[in-house]
Design a protein around this ligand. Structure first.
Ligand code: GDP
Ligand code: IMO
Ligand code: MG
Length: 433
């Protein structure tokens, strides 16, 4: 069996968590391959709402295994809070969650460094989630990081102190005093205490060589879904650098983040919103700074699942999507949140970018230039509520025309359509094709 992939094609928050949960019954294993607690994946079913950060979105299905792969970075405190919340909902992660020994740790001073770097950047800050993502991946690449497997070594505390002290030296060199800074409202010492207690709390979650587990499972014919975090436009190589996250969020990241060879990749589900959002700083070509943007934010409840920050909103961006589809080898498109556009008589679509009089079909390096204008075409809206529809045939013609427009722009099928946050508000279009 191959490993199918599900990932975001825009700037994150496309609805990956919801769709992973919806598709989980078709799989045996759900695995995260990159990112960390910067992610916030929302699932809604049976009247409840759940937000996952480090744990794959298959966790609510007790018969499915969930793997946190080697490419993920873990803050044990944040993970333990997540696990406590799941246990309060009668989920037993010790039975169906596995963690890679090679997954890197986010230690408390990584979070302080994130804060120090962001504060020092001033107006040019990335708008990071302040979860320590950049500093932890930096230590991984500079070969000074610590991994989950290190936590059971007898001299782990010493390894920790060496890394912590190296961070503190940097923090002091920026003019800050580590002991005077806080993390989530707690002084460093208090967060550190909880962090170490969390390592003990996590002891009943098995630490494994996940690359062996995944490859053995492939050989046994198990069906695996790799769940992405963030989105392709936040990819460290191809996103709107430097306003990106610090991992490869694209399909290529699945190979390094789970330890599988490229020929093992099967279907690639590319998830996108029927419009577009971004949280944090950086270029957003189709951003709407007018009342249409406000309408999308309010109707779409576009406030961050991890930080609560208002998300920037705009029209769907065809050049950015084409680029993401190319980078990821998308085979199936998944369109989310179309219901948010219900009240609009006209829907905008960014078809190209104009830079210094020239038109561009892709977000090239020059896209970062400030005088870029999006070229917007207006399509007819369906202008009626669609959240309660359960079959493709029931959907209004203007909605079907919107889907056809996108399918012909990308030359790919839109296989899954989400019409509301709930698990059941999903149309899987196998049957009507
Ligand atoms: P993720 O990070 O990609 O998993 O997405 P988030 O969970 O951060 O953000 C998506 C938000 O949209 C969540 O609040 C979901 O509950 C919600 N959502 C998902 N699909 C739909 C949909 O089709 N319609 C509406 N209105 N909301 C949706
Ligand atoms: P999910 O998985 C949306 C953004 C941050 C910031 C930039 C860098 O829920 O889609 P980082 O903390 O990674 O150093 O922040 O990336 N960002 C996200 N935006 N959804 C996410 O995850 C994000 N994870 C990071 O807002 O602009
Ligand atoms: Mg999110």
């Amino acid at each position: 069996m191959k490993v199918d992939v599900l990932l975001g094609l825009q700037w994150g928050d496309e609805g990956k968590g919801k769709i992973t949960d919806v598709l989980t019954p078709e799989y045996d294993i759900i695995a995260r391959f990159q990112g960390g607690p910067n992610a916030g994946h929302t699932l809604e079913f049976d009247g409840g709402k759940h937000v996952l950060h480090t744990i794959p979105s298959g966790i609510f299905h007790p018969d499915k295994i969930n793997v946190i792969g080697n490419g993920v970075i873990i803050d044990p405190y944040i993970l333990s809070v997540e696990i406590k919340k799941l246990r309060a909902k009668n989920v037993a992660p010790e039975k169906n969650l596995l963690i890679s020994k090679r997954a890197h740790l986010i230690i408390p001073t990584h979070r302080l460094l994130d804060f120090v770097y962001e504060t020092t950047k001033g107006a040019s800050k990335i708008g990071s989630t302040l979860k320590g993502i950049g500093p932890s991946y930096t230590d991984k690449v500079s070969r000074s990081g610590l991994r989950m497997g290190n936590t059971s070594m007898p001299d782990f505390k010493n390894q920790y102190n060496v890394l912590k002290e190296s961070h503190n030296r940097i923090i002091r060199s920026y003019g800050f005093v580590p002991e005077e800074l806080s993390i989530d409202g707690m002084p460093l010492a208090e967060y550190e205490k909880l962090w170490f207690e969390s390592l003990i709390y996590l002891k009943d979650i098995p630490l494994i060589d996940s690359e062996l587990f995944i490859n053995e499972s492939i050989l046994k014919g198990k069906k695996i879904l790799a769940e992405g975090a963030q989105g392709s436009m936040l990819d460290i190589d191809f996103g709107t650098y430097p306003f990106v996250t610090s991992s490869n969020t694209i399909t290529a990241g699945v190979c390094s983040g789970l330890g599988i060879s490229p020929d093992k990749v099967g279907k690639v589900f590319g998830v996108f919103k029927a419009y577009c959002t971004r949280v944090g700083s950086g270029p957003f070509p189709s951003e709407l700074l007018d009342e249409n943007g406000d309408k999308l934010r309010i109707k779409g409840n576009e406030f961050g699942s991890t930080t609560g920050r208002p998300r920037r909103c705009g029209w769907i961006d065809i050049p950015a999507l084409k680029y993401s589809i190319m980078l990821n080898g998308v085979t199936d498109l998944v369109m989310m949140k179309a219901d948010v556009l219900d009240e609009l008589t006209e829907i905008g679509v960014c078809t190209q970018y104009k830079i210094q009089g020239n038109l561009f079909d892709f977000p090239l390096f020059e896209t970062l230039s400030k005088d870029m204008e999006p070229q917007v075409a207006m399509l007819k809206g369906w202008n009626q509520p669609i959240s309660d529809f359960t079959a493709w045939t029931e959907l209004p013609d203007a909605f079907k025309d919107y889907i056809s427009y996108l399918e012909s722009s990308f030359n790919l099928p839109v296989s899954v359509i989400s019409l509301g946050p709930g698990r059941t508000q999903t149309i899987i279009r196998k049957k009507d094709r």
